[in-house]
Design a protein around this ligand. Structure first.
Ligand code: NAI
Length: 461
């Protein structure tokens, strides 16, 4: 039986990053992955392919509708969806190969197959060949998540599907019905709207983007509606059926909607199927997650878990941070994740990004705060880019001025949020940002101005 210092189950962002860091720290590491391609949901059928399509579809729409204002006229233009999909696949392919190479470079043994605990320190890898038995002093579960099901809506891979199928439509659906106005629904809904589909988004709540700051979500709603996404809020989907030529979506209290494609994106749940956690002695919590302590150790000594299978936001970079902290703690006795400073991004147009607490959370906890708001229309670079929608909102403690939250809707918000996350990690005040020299003209000046606005001293507002 092969013996390792660390066995990592799952080669997504949580698992493969932890495996590499552990190898750097001198451990003998093996990584087990059930899919033939490494990288997890994020790389194979999630973040990366969706971002590739978001970029391509944004360029397409810009060429179609936005070039005129720059004085560029295009007489004839057409969509080659096959080529667009091929580019997306090649982005994924290159990154997958990159991970293979990184595992090899770090001398990590890679096993392809389904991992199942056969005891607390033993794992069987079931594959097309004969099963392999592995053992290790430490085992890290990083098996990620899967699409949550909705009663009455069963994905059939044809007319009713999940984000996986929506990354691969062979032609833009005539009418795409998206169930759920969360991040996936808005990102993929935007892709297909830009490529010509009529898109209806059905959302149970009376708002979009649950968890996002209310003011940002309201601004996003206005912008996306103007772009042509059709929203039906306070609409609970109770079922969907697939017919030969169309699908029918049942919504509580109103007429069913007919369409040719349904995208189910009402959340994700931890993926622990077939892992044999009982054999290891691990029980799940009431939401199907693996309970862990601060060092990511489960109730069984020597078995750890990180990423989407444990509590917290289901984000690739959160899983990476946890994977690194977990193996550093094992190897050096110290490992830490700063959960106050985990950014989140929706890659819509404009992008939406946040770090820290929302205004509502601060109000609910009775925290006194000051607020600074700066609109991109007052930013020179945004004007030059012809992307002036949105704003930066900064929230700082009323007494200490320490940053409590930053919320951005606007051009390149996903990149701009890094400065705010860094500031939060260093326990900066809004004045620290306000007094930092930002290049001119740059979008980052909007952060500086929002920080100045906290004290009522923004220059261009
Ligand atoms: P979500 O939890 O963000 O949104 C699901 C939405 O569906 C909610 O607004 C909910 O109210 C609605 N809903 C639930 N039941 C419904 C019903 N019966 N009828 C109508 N609406 C209903 O889930 P989503 O978008 O599937 O994303 C899953 C996870 O993936 C999230 O944790 C998200 O953070 C992560 N993700 C992150 C991305 C990023 O960072 N850019 C991109 C894609 C996903």
């Amino acid at each position: 039986m092969q013996e390792y210092d660390l066995l990592v189950i799952g080669a997504g962002p949580g698992g493969y990053v932890a495996a590499i860091r552990a190898a750097q720290l001198g451990m003998r590491v093996a990584c087990i992955e059930k899919e033939p391609r490494l990288g997890g949901t994020c790389l194979r059928v999630g973040c990366i392919p969706s971002k590739a399509l978001l970029e391509s579809s944004e360029l397409y729409e810009e060429a179609l509708k936005g070039f005129g204002k720059h004085g560029i006229q295009i007489d004839k233009m057409s969509l080659d969806l096959g080529a667009m999909q091929k580019r997306k696949d090649s982005v994924v392919g290159a990154l997958t190969k990159g991970i293979e190479a990184l595992l090899e470079k770090n001398k990590i043994s890679s096993y392809q197959g389904v991992a199942r605990f056969s005891g607390p320190a033993r794992v069987t890898v079931e594959s097309k060949q004969s099963p392999t038995e592995l053992t290790a002093r430490h085992i890290l579960i990083a098996t990620g998540s899967k699409v949550a099901t909705l009663p009455g809506v069963t994905p059939d891979g044809h007319r009713i599907g999940t984000s996986t199928e929506a990354l691969d439509y062979k032609k833009p659906p005539e009418h795409l019905v998206v169930i759920g106005a969360g991040v996936i629904g808005l990102e993929l809904g935007s892709v297909w709207r830009r490529l010509g589909s009529k898109v209806t988004v059905l959302e149970y709540l009376d708002r979009i983007l649950p968890g996002t700051d209310d003011e940002v979500a309201a601004e996003a709603f206005k912008i996306f509606k103007k772009q042509g996404l059709h929203f039906e809020l306070s609409s609970r989907v109770t079922g969907a059926t697939s017919k030969k030529k169309h699908a029918r979506v049942e919504v509580e209290g109103r007429e069913p909607i007919e369409c040719d494609q349904v995208l189910l994106c009402t959340g994700r749940v931890p993926m622990t199927d077939g892992l044999g956690l009982e054999a290891a002695g691990i029980a799940l919590d009431d939401r199907g997650r693996i309970p862990v302590a601060a060092d990511f150790q489960t109730t069984v000594p020597g078995i750890y878990a990180v990423g989407d299978v444990i509590e917290g936001p289901m984000l690739a970079h959160k899983a990476e941070e946890e994977g690194v902290a977990c193996v550093e703690k094992i190897a050096t006795g110290y490992g830490h994740v700063d959960y106050r400073a985990i950014p989140s991004v929706a890659y819509t147009h404009p992008e939406i990004a946040a770090v820290g607490q929302t205004e509502k959370q601060l109000q609910e906890s009775g925290t006194e705060y000051n607020k600074g708001l700066f609109h991109f229309r007052g930013n020179g670079r945004a004007r030059a880019l012809a992307q002036t929608e949105g704003f930066v909102k900064m929230l700082a403690d009323r007494e200490t001025d320490r940053l409590l939250g930053v919320h951005i809707i606007g051009p390149r918000a996903g990149d701009l949020i890094a400065e705010a996350a860094m500031a939060m990690a260093f326990h900066a005040s809004s004045e620290d940002i306000a007094r930092t020299c930002h290049a001119h003209p740059s979008l980052s000046e909007a952060l500086k101005e929002a920080a100045m606005a906290v004290q009522g001293s923004a220059i261009h507002a």
